[in-house]
Write a protein that binds this ligand. Structure first.
Ligand code: PLP
Ligand code: COI
Length: 337
């Protein structure tokens, strides 16, 4: 095993010992097999390349302060990949089998789970795609589901260092990721141009998508959900059909309620952005990444170059649960060892 500098990890791919592969054939999933290579042999006529029957998930395993390795809410990702599968006419993957598969692949790669205290985690990326060679537009008959793992650190700057964001109004396009609430590969490709423009023209690492029809409501960031704290201390997050139902956001809403913070899931207006006290992006990869300012054409909305007190509190609670230093009262952790 190569030496990994755990505290220097970003969100890049590091090869590990194995990945776990399942095949769907004749109407059923097989029992899966561990592979020590990342290469696959698949026909170029496979449906996934042409018509985009390709979906994925993202979740993490953590080393806790008492030396356990725990996966955060894998049942929620199992449910969401099946929701994506139903939307794209792909076969569902039994939810208990999904959780067992995650445990199996993490157990086999246990040496790659970053130690407690390094700030890292093992990112788990299950990916399902259609493999039947076909030229007509119709669902594939055969599929693969592969559970990949890789140790990661911060997606953006890390910890609670704020980043700048930029509103994407260059295209009349939805936050492509969530359309229909599905986490499909092609949706991400469709969002890359907006993020490239945010980076190159505005020097912002992240683009914020508005509702495509009116551009008056906030949807989500290219990588994550939008959340904010209002000046009167409420947690607000968009209720929109075109955002991904984030498991992190769902957990944070619960954490906020537990801390006595009022939670509002409702349309968040673009016109409100100037009045918000704290803004952040949230998701598995980005955890909670505070936003210092949002560029909106000629206007700039400022939220401060330091994390706000409420974001700090909910971040400490969520990451505390994941690391085993805050009681897991909602039974979100699934132990591997
Ligand atoms: N929104 C988008 C577009 C995402 O890619 C993600 C990450 O998966 C999220 C939101 C956050 O979802 P979760 O918290 O389940 O990772
Ligand atoms: C995740 O947070 O797991 C995602 O899939 C988002 C992606 C931008 C890495």
């Amino acid at each position: 095993m190569q030496k990994i500098e755990w505290d220097k990890l970003g969100f890049e791919f590091t090869p590990t010992k194995s990945n776990l592969r399942f095949t769907y054939k004749d109407g059923k999933w097989d029992d899966g097999e561990l592979y020590d290579t990342y290469d696959i042999t698949v026909s170029v006529v496979a449906n996934a390349f042409h018509y985009g029957q390709a979906i994925f998930e993202g979740l993490k395993a953590f080393t806790t302060c008492d030396g356990r390795v725990c996966i955060f809410r894998p049942e929620a990702n199992a449910a969401r990949i099946n929701s994506s599968a139903r939307h794209l006419l792909m076969p569902e993957f039994p939810e208990d089998k999904f959780v067992e598969a995650v445990k199996r692949v993490v157990a086999d790669n246990i040496d790659y789970v970053p130690p407690y205290g390094t700030g890292g985690s093992l990112y788990i990326r299950p990916v399902m795609f259609g493999i039947t060679p076909q030229i007509g537009v119709s669902p594939s008959k055969e599929y693969m589901m592969i559970f990949i793992v890789t140790p990661v650190g911060a997606y953006y700057k890390g910890g609670l260092t704020p980043v700048e964001a930029c509103i994407s109004v260059d295209f009349d396009r939805a936050a492509p990721h969530g359309t229909g609430h599905i986490k499909a590969a092609g949706n991400y490709a469709a969002g890359m141009l907006s993020t490239k423009i945010a980076k190159e023209q505005h020097h912002c690492p992240v683009a914020l998508f508005l509702d495509p029809a009116t551009h008056t409501m906030v949807d989500e960031f290219g990588t994550s959900n939008f959340l904010a704290i209002t000046k009167d201390g409420k947690y607000v997050t968009p209720d929109s059909k075109s955002v991904l139902p984030s498991i992190t956001n769902n957990s944070l809403m619960q954490v906020a309620e537990d801390l006595g913070i009022t939670v509002e899931r409702r349309p968040v207006m673009r016109a409100e952005l100037k009045d918000l006290a704290e803004v952040a992006a949230c998701g598995t990869a980005v955890v909670i990444t505070p936003v210092s300012r949002i560029y909106d054409g000629d206007q700039v909305y400022e939220y401060g170059d330091k994390v706000g007190a409420t974001m700090q509190k909910i971040y400490d609670t969520l990451t505390g649960i994941q690391k085993g230093v805050v009681p897991d009262t909602h039974n979100w952790l699934v132990e591997v060892k």
